[in-house]
Design a protein around this ligand. Structure first.
Ligand SMILES: [Zn+2]
Length: 75
């Protein structure tokens, strides 16, 4: 079971405390958003079943409060 937990950690580098803002040296492309949990630019992937988008790494949805905050997207 320890091995599985280790692999889980490698795949999901999820921050306990999400980023409050995008680092100033980051330039996001049009289709990218900042994932405050992964601390990297990601392209949120459409989740057809739920009508939302998700980070491909940590699976957080774009409806998440911190995701909206860090990307300044409220609509
Ligand atoms: Zn993420």
């Amino acid at each position: 079971m320890d091995l599985q937990l280790d692999m889980f950690d490698i795949i999901n580098t999820k921050n306990d405390i999400p980023d409050k803002e995008i680092p100033t040296y980051i330039k996001l492309k049009d289709n990218q958003s900042w994932c405050p949990y992964c601390s990297k630019p990601v392209i949120f992937i459409k989740d057809q079943a739920h009508g939302i988008r998700r980070c491909p790494y940590c699976n957080i949805s774009d409806k998440d409060y911190s995701v909206k905050m860090v990307n300044n997207r409220w609509l």
